[in-house]
Design a protein around this ligand. Structure first.
Ligand SMILES: Cc1cc2nc3c(=O)[nH]c(=O)nc-3n(C[C@H](O)[C@H](O)[C@H](O)COP(=O)(O)OP(=O)(O)OC[C@H]3O[C@@H](n4cnc5c(N)ncnc54)[C@H](O)[C@@H]3O)c2cc1C
Length: 420
């Protein structure tokens, strides 16, 4: 083996696919650098209330992964960090990582004194802006690492010094600046995941103009115990318990003007969210408007179970328009029954847009010469020799496929190093 070959592996993205790649590669004996843009690990899964089809809390699975990371000295992870450059070749890449300032160091114990001292508030990114948090904050109750963050708007403000002085452990450093770290790695796994397709682009569906039209990712937060309503599903306009809820499938998906592909998980996500509504409100009625239901292989069982609930009605039809009544704030959906060719109107308390998953690489590409498909997904797992795409960077997928994909990418990265 040549001395120039570097055995370490860079994993970008700390969601389910990146965590899996990092842990599997480290447990196979490789040094791993895990780079995550957010101030915490876990990716979008940390923001889910429950997993389909078992309806268990995602934190069980994440906790197991975090324990494996804590137990393995071969993994070094960097939060609030991004890769700015990759050069070289398989077996011997030079990478540059930009570490963005958190303004709080490892002495933080999570005591919350800084948040108590802070009056400045910001939109809560973890809850998709549905509530406010202090500008000195823990990203969410189960955050790993358990360490506070100061928003840059606080650092430049009059109360920054007061917040710094409130810390009993001297963990706040207002002078922290972005810095660059250069590393040598033998292979790269890129797992930067997805973002929700921008619902504002479907003008006729009225988001966010209609207050009681929300998106599926917002519904996950509304149902979550640590969400903006402490887990109570309430309609945003007046905090009323909804008696009728409509789910709008393929909101922008399989549409040449928006996301032309199927994200594969939205039907399952809406059926899961229908169970959230029904569990909280035994008399509530739920409508699911769909083009066709995508519940592949064993997920069919979950579909069959949900269909047995007579308060959940599946309606084969495309929602063309949603309008809100200015007095009641109820929303009326105009639906085309695609089988009969007839038009229908239905009024409900709130509507949930099942928007699809857009790859983050579509507007934040891998800083290396790799090719993408028409939608911004990496064209193949081996994006270029020694650089491997995993999870939703490669294709829209659910959690179990993302875990498998991360594991496969780790093996490919190990092989790329072994071949040099
Ligand atoms: C409404 C909804 C509900 C869902 N419910 C379920 C469910 O119940 N069961 C299920 O199996 N699946 C579900 N899914 C799908 C699930 O969210 C995905 O399978 C999972 O998030 C994919 O993991 P990932 O690691 O590929 O991506 P992500 O979870 O997006 O993780 C990617 C990580 O990379 C980070 N990142 C992004 N860019 C950079 C960068 N440039 N540098 C460093 N880090 C970066 C991100 O901050 C993030 O932490 C749901 C999806 C939706 C839309």
């Amino acid at each position: 083996m040549s001395n120039a070959v570097t055995q370490s592996i860079l994993v970008v993205g700390g969601g389910m696919s990146g965590l899996s790649a990092a842990i599997e590669a480290a447990e196979a004996g490789h040094e791993v650098y895990l780079v995550e843009k957010n101030p915490y690990l876990g990716g979008r899964v940390a923001q889910l209330h429950q997993y389909f089809p078992k309806l268990c809390p995602p934190y069980c699975g994440l906790e197991i992964n975090f324990r494996r990371i804590k137990a393995n000295p071969k993994i070094r992870f960097y939060t609030m960090a991004e890769v700015t450059g990759i050069s070289g070749e398989a077996g011997n890449f030079d990478v540059s990582i930009q570490m963005n300032p958190r303004y709080v160091d490892e002495k933080c114990t999570g005591c919350n004194k800084c948040a108590e001292a802070c009056t400045l508030e910001i939109d809560n990114p973890f809850n998709y802006g549905m509530d406010k948090i202090k500008a000195a904050y823990l990203p969410h109750d189960m955050a790993f690492p358990l360490r506070y963050v100061l928003d840059p708007s606080l650092v430049g403000s009059d109360e920054a010094q007061k917040v710094k002085d409130s810390c009993p452990y001297n963990a706040i450093d207002l002078t922290m600046e972005a810095k660059t770290v250069d590393l040598k790695v033998g292979a790269v796994v890129w797992a930067s995941g997805w973002k929700p397709y921008d619902a504002e682009k479907m003008e006729t569906l009225g988001f966010p103009r209609n207050q009681n039209v929300i998106t599926n990712v917002m519904m996950e937060r509304l149902a979550a115990w640590n969400g903006p309503t402490q887990g109570k599903i309430l309609r945003p306009s007046d905090g009323k318990a909804p008696e009728t809820v409509a789910f709008v499938q393929c909101a922008g998906s399989r549409d040449q003007n928006n996301l032309a592909f199927c994200s594969t998980i939205c039907c399952m996500a809406s059926m899961k969210q229908a169970t959230y509504v029904r569990e909280q409100y035994p008399d509530a009625k739920v409508y699911i408007f769909y083009i066709d239901i995508r519940a592949m292989d064993r997920l069919e069982d979950f579909y069959t179970t949900v269909k047995k609930d007579s308060n959940i009605q599946f309606f084969k039809g495309k929602v063309a328009k949603i309008d809100e009544d200015p007095a009641t704030k109820n929303v009326t959906l105009r639906v085309e029954d695609t089988t009969a060719g007839s038009l229908h109107e239905i009024t409900v308390d709130m509507a949930v847009l099942a928007t699809g998953m857009q790859p983050n690489t579509s507007d934040d590409p891998i800083p290396a010469s790799v090719s993408y498909d028409d939608y911004g997904f990496a064209a193949s797992m081996e994006a270029k020799p020694g650089v491997f795409a995993a999870g939703c960077t490669r294709t829209p997928s659910g959690v179990s496929e993302s875990v498998q994909d991360g594991t496969a990418a780790a093996l490919k990265a190990i092989q790329a190093i072994a071949r040099r």
